[in-house]
Design a protein around this ligand. Structure first.
Ligand code: SF4
Ligand code: SF4
Length: 369
């Protein structure tokens, strides 16, 4: 990114910190999925996907027009590439909000659609990055078992291979592997980290901590110590090459430090910005602070319905319901290990950045014990 574009991005983050405007959106573009994974927290929505009236492209255009400047936009689901209009949705947000970081997470199985869509997104003008996260849960046996699909591992590897020409053509395409640490893969996680680094030609590898109401509860049998060892090992094995990735990896390390402390304390470490600078939009246009609250039994958790508020996110945030939820998150010192929320809470609050840096430094000195 050239110096002028970098200054523009820095200004956006500064603006989000000062104004506390919504800046980071997680958009569930669909509840449809071609899999039903054992560790999935979205199972109920996926099973009821057919009955849902998902937001249309035109509705997304209206939302984007009123959203204001954004710093980060993550598309998820379900499987986002189920939607044939995903590149158009990204274009609408790019044009209206100038968002510099767009993320998409995928299981990598809808290869032709994915390649065509990624190419269309990368060809869009502007200084921005597309962070494409492909999920792999472990070696073939573990991945196929977790995904409940024989052949899923090989198919996803083929997709990663097929993305390489695009990665070479478009430096803005950042390809990473995303692995959720579960009961099934914790025994092979270290050799798998080496396998990803040495064989897949991706830019990074990130580990998530299994959370929420997993379809098969036993997948969540992972201790803090097992998560700590896995993240430590990964941290020592990866040396990203680009400045942007170095920055993203540094943020990831701070987030892991916060997550470990959250698990160890079972308590609040930094104030959560979900419901303020970070918001979640469901496939039907409901605005929520995050995808986690409902799964830990907190309700009500819906701040408003965009279809009833003229597609205006900021209008939803002014409702009494939204204010009450936000107040409750802060008063009850809500805490969890949702990676996106913890990263946002670090980035958008200088005091949290300092605290997470201290936690990280302490972890490095003490070895996490
Ligand atoms: S984890 Fe992802 S790929 Fe698997 S069922 Fe859930 S949404 Fe689909
Ligand atoms: S701490 Fe977690 S559950 Fe609570 S509001 Fe933030 S992201 Fe949601």
């Amino acid at each position: 990114m050239d110096p002028i574009a970098s200054a523009g991005v820095a200004g956006r983050f500064g603006g989000a910190i000062l104004t506390k405007r919504p800046s980071y959106l997680i958009v569930f573009v669909t509840a449809k999925c071609n899999l039903l994974c054992k560790h999935c927290f979205y199972t109920e929505e996926i099973q009821n996907a057919k009955g849902k009236k998902e937001l249309t492209l035109d509705e997304y255009r209206l939302i984007a027009r009123k959203a204001g400047p954004l710093t980060n936009l993550n598309f998820t689901g379900g499987e986002p590439f189920v939607r044939a209009d995903l590149a158009d949705i990204v274009a609408a947000f790019r044009e209206c909000t100038g968002v510099p970081f767009v993320g998409i997470t995928t299981n990598g199985l809808l290869r032709e659609r994915l390649l065509e869509t990624v190419e269309r997104i990368c060809a869009q003008p502007g200084p921005y990055y597309l962070k494409l996260g492909v999920s792999l849960d472990g070696f073939e046996g573990v991945h196929d078992k977790t995904r409940d699909r024989v052949g899923a591992f090989q198919e996803t590897l083929r997709t990663i291979e097929a993305l390489q020409p695009l990665r070479r053509r478009y430096p803005r395409l950042m390809l990473y592997v995303s692995t959720t640490v579960t009961k099934y893969n914790k025994g092979e996680i270290m050799p798998f980290i080496d396998f990803v680094r040495d064989n897949l030609g991706v830019d990074a590898h990130y580990l998530g901590y299994v959370r929420g109401s997993a379809m098969v509860p036993e997948t969540k049998e992972v201790s803090l110590e097992e998560y700590r060892q896995a993240t430590d090992y990964l941290g020592h094995r990866w040396n990203p090459k680009s400045a942007v990735y170095n920055a993203l990896n540094a943020l990831n390390s701070l987030m892991v430090a916060v997550n470990r402390e959250t698990i160890a304390r079972d308590g609040w470490v930094v104030p959560c910005v979900a419901g303020q600078q970070m918001l979640t939009l469901t496939e039907e246009g409901l605005v929520k602070p995050c995808e986690v609250l409902e799964q830990i039994g907190v309700s009500p958790y819906t701040m408003g319905d965009l279809r009833k508020h003229d597609y205006d996110i900021n209008a939803v945030l002014r409702t009494p319901e939204a204010r009450a939820i936000r107040r409750r998150i802060l008063e009850e010192r809500c805490h969890c290990t949702f990676e996106c929320a913890n990263q946002a809470s670090i980035v958008f609050q200088p005091s949290s950045l300092v605290k997470s840096a201290w936690l990280y430094a302490r972890h490095r000195i003490t070895g996490g014990r």
